[in-house]
Design a protein around this ligand. Structure first.
Ligand code: GLU
Length: 474
């Protein structure tokens, strides 16, 4: 994604700053705060992989930020921008993210410094399997230790290679499948994981837009209907976020990818744009839309809701003052820098923070892990029973009233839940409940300036509680 890069900028430094901004509003001893905020284990590796006729030494990381809950959890990213600082920051964000949505894991993150586009399928498989082996060597992977998942540049394919490598090293380990999440459904994955982050983003923004007083402050009506949305990034998260905003009645007016951006005030169909990009190799020249030469120009368009769903550092001190959105929903991790946030706050823009808004991915990863440990698909036992019971109730009501339901109605009320119904329902409940907790804290402590600080307060309180046994409470 084209962006202005600040060499000296430390992403982990930003996360520490957010932490300290929140800690100011809490009364915990310094030792406890230090125990929470620093990374517990940082593993840097370099391993050789044969690429064509030569040998390439790959730089990679896995960081476990917090062991207060086990296993630790977080995605693996394949990108040239991977550095130790970045992986540490992303691992820390995972800790707070899991705490906010009550997912009982510590935070972790992995990174492999490659551009996946430069490798063949075979080579990517070799890199992934070798990376997994390095994790096994140092005990940095396992269903009760550290459980990776997809992130930028990785997906279901990589997760199935990881699981296959792990289970080959540990044959007979009954819970081995739970060593990684985001797997294909045929390989122990769960229905609904693929769209989970984007759907969670939608649920979160929808919840934020449901409070009349908050919307009034932003000069907007309640609800998503007719709101204009700009989405940066058409990867898994951006694509699904655009889809659900569209289906929820909002209007997606611009889409950005690294080659540029397109704009249409009347709205863009995310699916047609996605197919156009697949066919032509570029988002540009989409029929009926205006091309924007720089991808980052899309961020500065006037809109109600801006969804950065690509990488970190997209809204920085260089462009923050030109942002015209009323709400920024952080679908990516760290798209707004700490300096930019101060500018946005002063402009009255509401930033819904990543550690809450993109937690849908890890929430459904948690459901996948539970499924793997229980060795049964959600809904398998109860679905038919519920269906029979519901139909018996409908029959009884029809008998008593002498009126009958339409076939469509009967199906809607009568059916039992499938796995994906449980996943969506669990995700929706999680996103709504977490938003309310953050909003409550912001109301409870009026000196808290923004939702990010409120979200960090929620997270730190929950993590601190798990350290109660250390006896260091004031
Ligand atoms: N990589 C995703 C994130 O940043 C998902 C992590 C997971 O499912 O463990 O939240």
């Amino acid at each position: 994604m084209a962006t202005q890069h600040h060499e000296e900028h430390s992403f982990f430094g930003d996360v520490l700053k957010y932490f300290e901004n929140a800690a100011k509003h809490l009364n915990y001893p310094q030792g406890l705060l230090d125990q929470i905020k620093y990374c517990n284990s940082v593993y840097r590796m370099r391993f050789p992989v044969r690429v064509g006729d030569s040998l390439e030494v790959i730089e990679a990381y896995r960081v476990e930020h917090s062991h207060h809950r086990m296993p630790t959890k977080g995605g693996i990213r394949y990108a040239m921008s991977v550095t130790q600082d970045e992986v540490m920051a992303l691992a820390a964000l995972m800790t707070y993210k899991c705490a906010i949505v009550d997912v009982p894991f510590g935070g972790a993150k992995g990174g492999v410094k490659i551009d996946p586009k430069n490798y063949t399928l075979d080579q990517l498989e070799r890199i992934t399997r070798r990376y997994t082996t390095e994790l096994i060597k140092k005990n940095f992977i396992g269903p009760g230790i550290d459980v990776p998942a997809p992130d930028y540049g990785t997906g279901e394919r990589e997760m199935s290679w990881i699981m296959d490598t792990y289970t080959t090293f540990f044959p007979g380990q009954i819970d081995g499948m739970g060593c990684v999440t985001g797997k294909p459904v045929t390989q122990g994955g769960i229905s609904g994981r693929r769209e989970a982050t984007g759907l969670g983003v939608y649920f979160g923004v929808r919840e934020a837009c449901s409070f009349a007083d908050d919307m009034e402050r932003l000069g907007m009506s309640v609800g998503l209907k007719g709101k204009s949305v700009v989405v940066q990034g058409l990867g898994n998260v951006g694509y699904h976020a655009a889809k659900y905003f569209h289906e929820g009645g909002a209007k997606v007016i611009a889409l950005a990818e690294f080659e540029g951006a397109i704009y249409n005030a009347d709205g863009l169909n995310y699916e047609e744009v996605f197919q156009h990009r697949k066919k032509t190799g570029s988002i540009l020249h989409f029929p009926g839309a205006t091309n924007l030469a720089n991808s980052s120009d899309a961020l500065e368009l006037a809109c109600d809701i801006l969804i950065p769903a690509a990488l970190e550092n997209q809204i920085h001190e260089g462009n923050a003052s030109r942002i015209k959105a009323k709400i920024i929903g952080e679908a990516a991790n760290g798209p707004v820098t700490a300096e930019a946030e101060e500018i946005l706050n002063a402009k009255g823009i509401m930033v819904i923070p990543d550690i809450y808004l993109n937690a849908g991915g890890v929430t459904v990863s948690y459901f996948e892990w539970l499924k793997n440990l229980s060795h049964v698909r959600f809904g398998r036992l109860g679905k038919r029973f519920d269906e029979n019971l519901n139909n018996n109730i409908i029959d009884a009501v029809e008998e008593m009233t002498g009126r009958s339901l339409s076939e469509q109605r009967r199906q809607l009320i009568g059916r039992g839940a499938d796995e994906v119904d449980f996943v969506y329902s669990g995700l929706e409940e999680t996103m709504i409940e977490a938003y309310r907790q953050i909003r409550e804290v912001k109301k409870e402590i009026p000196s808290i300036p923004d939702y990010r600080t409120a979200a960090f307060v929620v997270a730190i309180r929950k993590i601190a509680r798990s350290y109660e046994s250390l006896g260091v409470f004031p």
